[in-house]
Design a protein around this ligand. Structure first.
Ligand code: DGJ
Length: 753
């Protein structure tokens, strides 16, 4: 819901010229956006300054202007100009600028034709529409969709506020969408130039000024094989930030931050989550100011970024999703999950169970041929697995990671008879077929590189940095994307491919394009990401039946931008069930389990060398997309025998995991001896609880854990004991779990009776 009203407020204030207190009236336009439990309010002053008023628990009051403290400030635009600087540096602004007195972090910075970077943005007008407009970026030779959440008129309303910069031709449309049934507000912007050329130096998606600094800051950090590790610390004076400068959202940081009250836990306290719908360089920062207030900003990383706007051109600022919860961090996560499942993920698999796949990466690495793959498929089929995915190494002359990226035709020395013959053969036994691609890359040893060395991103005069013996293609160039697309199309039109794993195994270096003029080179970081989006959109549009799974050297591109194209993303190359407890806990902070690529792999685990029970590997992978990543012809017979019942269990619980509400019961970061979680159906008639004991406990009795999310009044039967109790008993008093040994796990079902 969005309400707009014009309010006249009476104030008195010390007038330095007059030497006395003078009354004054300020007429302001207030915009109050409400979701079921949150309110976001802002106002345009008569001067045109667009100020932030409030973000937090819902209020239905139509006048929140007193929160702006206009009378307190030594300057109010209307009364005097004696202390404009203080006004600028203390007032909460909606889209703060640089250079005119606000010394806090700006959201936008633009260089004018004279090289100056000071801006003065003033309110012009507003409009409100039902639903949510799509975002797109116009480029010289095409228009690219910019990923964002979507909604129709029954789900959301959008406020657009137009601002004008007073000394250039720059205009900014700020978009705010308030969702009707979820506590989510999204923000994005379009910057237009109606005058002489300017250069955007930063264009962030959101800035929110909080009135306090009494919050903890939660971020998701990590590395290869340990992505999205949760870190929480109290805010401190100055700036704390996370970012990526690698060209992708990265293993090291995720484009997510949250401010939570110091006492916030899973079930209580306030939590504000911010997540950027973007897959490239991002920046998120919380700045505690001199008055112990906090400015949070998030957007495309301004580091090494610039974007020229000639007259008539515009720049689309990606979307930032903001979620508010006054019921703890768990509720914040569930809102993100619902928002992404309903309003971000698209396509045929949006609400469907995904096929149970077997991927040959950890089974064979590069060492396979069509017979080996077929033997895996045949055995897998007998056990109930539904799809074979042929991972890296099937194309060009690739037998290790040192060649052929860019040459997307099958290696007939390896896959004798060709791709179609293999796919048909696998289809013939009733299995679907998927392939691995890494379309953004080019190997120095490839026909493509020999023909087009300038298609690799590179700086003239500098040696090219190899990483995994490969370079990155210049996806800012349409001809490059078209060439890769025509190769991909040839594969897809030739054989019945029903799944693609889209990988990206290195970060960007020497970032310059042979095709961009020197004064547009800094655009390449963003143009590259737009190029990736362009190709993924082509894939979704032209091959809607194909299930796309994004991946980046494990989980380096687990972000909402990617979720717009692929309903699932490979969470990590670390497939060890115990390491996955942390990775999946961290990922669940803002991404739904339905999107989490998770497989059962062989032991000892290839990343950490740990051996865990096959059952536990299954129970952990089951709270993701589920599949297998092992040579099913060579694993121990006992494990193989377990697969059919594991698959049955997955099929039984997957609807709950995919569509239900997730409750984290343990916190593996605070107590690493166990983890537990629950998925509860939306109608609360059914729930499934998984408990994983990391280490056996000498001379302890059972451990009591408390289920969550059940209806307190309704009665449930526990599959563990057969006992029937009201949900309130289970949730308040807990249940006892006892397991003997390390890495053991248990699944308990609660069914309403
Ligand atoms: C990185 C991925 O995360 C792996 O699953 C695998 O596909 C390899 N790349 C293949 O090179």
């Amino acid at each position: 819901m969005i309400k707009v009203n014009t309010i006249k407020k009476e104030y008195t204030k010390w007038d330095w010229q007059a030497g006395k207190n003078v009354p004054f009236t300020e007429e302001m336009t207030q915009f109050i956006l409400s979701t079921p439990n949150s309110t976001y309010a802002l106002a345009a002053l008569e001067s045109g300054h667009l100020c932030h008023i409030y973000y937090g628990r819902r209020t239905d009051d139509e006048d929140l202007a007193y929160l702006m403290r206009l009378g307190e400030n030594p300057y109010t635009p209307k009364v005097n100009s004696r202390d404009m600087g203080t006004f600028m540096d203390t007032t909460p602004f909606e889209y703060p600028v640089h250079g005119t007195g606000d010394y806090r972090e700006p959201a936008v910075m633009i260089r004018d034709g004279n090289g100056a970077t000071s801006l003065d943005l003033r309110y012009v007008s507003y409009s409100i529409t039902d639903g949510k407009p799509l975002l797109s970026q116009e480029l010289e030779d095409c228009t690219v969709k910019v990923p964002a959440t979507y909604a129709d008129g029954s789900d959301a309303r959008t406020l657009c506020i137009t601002m004008k910069e007073i000394h250039t031709g720059v205009e900014v449309d700020l978009y705010y969408t308030a969702f009707e049934s979820l506590d989510a507000v999204t923000r994005s912007a379009v910057i237009r130039n109606t005058g002489d050329r300017v250069d955007i130096l930063r264009a962030l998606s959101a800035a929110v000024d909080f009135d306090s600094c009494e919050y903890d800051w939660i971020t998701l950090n990590g590395s290869w094989a340990r992505e999205r590790i949760v870190e929480r610390s109290p805010l401190h004076h100055g700036k704390q930030s996370v970012d990526s400068v690698k060209g992708e959202s990265s293993h090291q940081s995720n484009p997510f931050v949250a401010l939570v009250s110091h006492n916030a836990d899973e079930n209580s306290g306030e939590a504000y989550g911010f997540n950027l719908v973007y897959s490239g360089n991002f920046f998120a920062q919380a700045e505690v100011t001199q008055h112990k207030r906090t400015r949070v900003v998030m957007g495309v990383n301004p580091f090494d970024f610039a974007w020229a706007l000639e007259k008539g051109q515009s720049f689309t600022v990606p979307e930032c999703v903001m979620v508010y919860s006054d019921k703890g961090i768990g509720e914040m996560s569930r809102t993100f999950h619902d928002l992404y499942r309903r309003h971000l993920i698209r396509g045929e698999y949006k609400d469907k169970r995904r096929p149970i796949l077997i991927n040959n990466w950890e089974a064979t690495y590069f060492n396979f041929d069509e017979e080996k793959l077929f033997s895996i498929a045949k055995q897998a089929k007998e056990l109930g697995i539904e799809m074979l995915v042929m991972d890296d190494g099937w194309f060009g002359h690739r037998n290790s990671d040192n060649s052929s990226l860019g040459d997307w035709y099958v290696n007939e020395n390896k896959i004798k008879g060709g791709l179609k013959a293999l796919v048909d053969r696998v289809n013939g036994i009733g299995m679907m077929f998927g392939i691995w691609l890494e379309p953004e890359m080019i190997s120095p040893d490839s026909d493509l590189y020999r023909a087009h060395p300038d298609w690799a991103i590179q700086v003239k005069g500098l040696p090219l940095t190899q990483s995994r013996e490969q370079y990155v293609l210049d996806y800012s160039r349409k001809e490059v994307r078209d060439c890769i697309w025509s190769q991909i199309k040839a594969i897809l039109d030739n054989a019945n491919i029903e799944y693609i794993k889209w990988d990206m195994n290195r970060q960007l270096t020497e970032v310059a394009s042979a095709a961009l003029p020197s004064d547009r080179q800094r655009e390449l970081w963003h143009r590259f990401v737009l190029g990736v989006y362009d190709l993924q959109e082509r894939l979704c549009t032209e091959y809607p039946h194909i299930l796309l799974e994004n991946c980046s050297g494990g989980g380096a591109r687990f972000d909402p931008g990617m979720l717009f194209y692929s309903p699932q993303i490979w969470a990590s190359d670390d497939t060890d069930a115990i390491e996955r407890l942390k990775i999946q806990y961290g990922t669940s902070i803002c991404y739904p389990a339905s999107a989490m690529g998770a497989h059962v792999s062989d032991c000892p685990n290839h990343t950490v060398g740990r051996s865990t029970p096959f059952e536990t590997r299954g129970n952990v992978a089951m709270v993701g997309t589920f599949g297998y990543e092992l040579d099913v012809t060579r694993i121990p017979q006992a494990d193989r025998d377990e697969i059919p019942s594991q698959i049955e269990k997955f099929k039984k619980y997957n609807p709950l995991v995919r569509t239900g509400d997730q409750y984290r019961l343990g916190n593996i970061f605070e107590d690493n001896t166990f983890d537990a979680w629950m998925f509860v159906s939306k109608d609360k008639s059914q729930a499934v609880l998984t408990y994983v004991q990391v280490l056996g406990r000498p001379n302890y009795h059972s451990r009591r854990i408390k289920p969550a999310g059940l209806d307190p009044e309704r009665r449930y039967r526990s599959s563990q004991t057969g006992e029937v109790h009201p949900g309130s008993t289970f949730m308040n008093c807990g249940i006892d779990v006892a397991l003997d040994g390390d890495f053991k796990s248990l699944v308990i079902e609660f069914t309403e009776v």
